[in-house]
Design a protein around this ligand. Structure first.
Ligand SMILES: *Cc1c(COP(=O)(O)O)cnc(C)c1O
Length: 390
């Protein structure tokens, strides 16, 4: 391959030989797509008129007053579908169409990416099949209904822990068998090359918009840019525009679950070790025998036992700091944003908000830009259940 997609020693391709032709073809077609004016124009047009971009930057005046510093929110919760996942789903579905594929498949954990793919499948007239762990299907039935409503078929995955990790394995197996007419629409900036670069390419719009918007408003860049990290797609989309602005501190926030000292968390960058999973070299939550440990978080979108390889690299070179927020802190901030601004954040995004609150307690006169990756109506039942268990 022309470029094996390394970020330092991370990333790369660790797959069975049978998958190589699919990845080689995908890289070739993606490189063409990236520089094709017509495709890019069409993608931008869909972002604008289908997804509702650009999303605004909102100066959260009430929250800023409460926290004693300036807080800006990048409103990805306003994207059609309710989260940033739509940017990637329509981008890759368009790429699939251009490649002449007639079918897309995808993994989903909580169902958010599955829903985004079902939307994109309906939009482009692509046959859509989603792999979802049996346990997740029970937990997230509403999203299953949404996917089916939009014409997607949902396969229950009954292997392994019957959650996201196994759904990815099943989707990879399907892809090997059906690569001729099928595109695997991976949902985050992880997996074998070229997926991390593809997903980053389609999420970069977040950071590009945000940087221009904040400059237009303030004439100066924020002191901090913060995003939550599951697989790392919304964070890399946001950070990529600021990487060269050395004065801007970048912070990725992982799922601290019940606490980093407990066994129940999803803090891969804080607690994981170097290993291979899902075709890439990255950090992984694993025991000494290399068995994958399940990630835990109140926000289903953050419990992936690995993370996109570029984040491990950015952590290693010290450009981005990765920290973690517990379930409890995330839930508190969920309420706080709802009550102070009338905006219900996704529990995933609440992790980024909660870390901003910590920063505000320790600093004066800082400006903080937070990526509000999605809206939180979906989390209401979970939050109420959590409140009752306290
Ligand atoms: C899926 C999801 C995430 C986590 O995924 P990343 O790839 O890390 O961005 C974060 N926020 C929301 C709202 C999500 O739906």
């Amino acid at each position: 391959m022309m470029n094996t997609g390394r970020y330092g020693q991370y990333g790369g391709i660790y797959v069975p030989e049978t998958l190589m032709p699919a990845l080689v073809q995908l890289e070739r077609e993606f490189l063409k797509f990236k520089t094709d004016e017509e495709n890019n124009f069409y993608y931008r047009e869909l972002l604008a008129n289908y997804a509702g971009r650009p999303t605004p930057i909102y100066y959260a005046a009430n929250l800023s007053k409460n926290w004693g510093n300036s807080i800006y929110l990048k409103r990805e919760d306003l994207v059609h579908g309710g989260a940033h996942k739509t940017n990637n789903a329509i981008g890759q579905a368009l790429l699939a169409k251009v490649m002449g594929k007639t079918r897309i498949i995808a993994e989903t954990g909580a169902g958010q990416h599955g829903v985004a793919c079902a939307m994109a499948g309906a939009l482009f007239g692509l046959k859509t099949e989603i792999y979802m762990g049996e346990i997740d299907i029970l937990r997230q039935n509403m999203n299953v209904q949404r996917m089916e409503l939009m014409g997607a078929k949902v396969h229950a995955v009954k292997t392994g822990s019957r959650t996201l990790k196994d759904a990815i394995n099943e989707a990879l197996r399907d892809w090997i068998k059906n690569v001729e007419h099928t595109h695997y629409l991976l949902g985050t900036a992880a997996g074998p090359h070229p997926f991390p670069s593809i997903v980053k390419f389609f999420q970069q719009v977040i950071g590009e918009e945000a940087r221009a918007q904040v400059l237009l408003k303030n004439k100066i860049l924020p002191d901090y840019v913060i995003a939550c990290v599951g697989g790392g797609s919304n964070a890399i989309g946001m950070f990529s525009a600021f990487l060269d602005d050395r004065q801007v501190k970048l912070v990725g926030v992982e799922a601290g679950g019940e606490g980093l000292d407990s066994s129940k968390h999803g803090a891969v960058l804080n607690k994981g070790t170097v290993g291979c999973l899902h075709g890439m070299k990255s950090k992984v939550l694993q025991n000494e025998d290399g068995q994958i440990q399940e990630a835990h978080s109140i926000s289903a979108g953050l419990d992936y036992p690995s993370v996109g390889p570029e984040h491990v690299y950015l952590q290693e070179i010290g450009r981005v700091e990765y920290t973690a927020i517990t379930d409890k802190e995330a839930v508190q901030t969920y309420y706080e944003l709802a009550q102070s601004e009338g905006i219900i954040p996704a529990l995933e995004s609440s992790h980024a908000l909660a870390y901003a609150k910590h920063l505000c307690e320790q600093n004066k006169n800082i400006s903080v830009l937070i990526n509000l990756s999605g809206r939180g109506d979906k989390d209401l039942a979970e939050v109420e259940k959590y409140g009752q268990s306290l």
